[in-house]
Design a protein. Structure first.
Length: 158
């Protein structure tokens, strides 16, 4: 038993003498505002950077590349065009779940929320357009005995 304690004491002394230097972590601190937008099963985490050139990056791709359809690009940029600040902010967005339309509308909801956090005066315009309201509509569940939520099986007389 005495030998074990001597070994542990020696090991402790060696650890005290040798200081392990950890590499310095490079932390880049950006000032941004954060909000979450939702629609159906889609969730968008939106970061607004105050000093920007109008770049919108969705899942590490430019938004016009991620949303290839013109209609979806228009949906995403609606809150910015409503307040007339299309090229003043940069956004980085992470979107998960849902389909492409649900994701576009979730991004719109998140962008509108970050703009209200940035400036309370934008609330009146965005609320009037309906961009701050989370759309509560969802897919209706399938009922037993039916083919879909409401579709009954075809009736056969004979």
């Amino acid at each position: 038993m005495v030998a074990r304690t001597k070994k542990t004491e020696e090991a402790k002394e060696i650890k005290k003498e040798v200081k392990i230097e950890e590499p310095e972590k490079k932390r880049v601190r950006h000032s941004y505002l954060y909000a979450v937008g939702r629609r159906k099963k889609a969730i968008a985490r939106v970061r607004l950077f105050k000093k920007g050139e109008g770049k919108i990056i969705v899942n590490e791709k430019p938004f016009d590349q991620y949303f290839s359809n013109f209609e979806f690009r228009q949906i995403v940029s609606q809150p910015l065009t409503a307040i007339g600040k299309l090229n003043e902010f940069d956004f980085t967005i992470k979107v998960i779940g849902g389909g492409i339309r649900g994701q576009a509308e979730a991004v719109r909801h998140g962008i509108a929320r970050t703009l209200v956090i940035f400036n309370k005066d934008f609330r009146r315009v965005l609320k009037k357009q309906g961009y701050l309201r989370r759309d509560p509509r969802r897919k209706e569940r399938k009922k037993p005995g039916l083919k879909k939520a409401r579709r009954a099986p075809q009736f056969s007389k004979r």
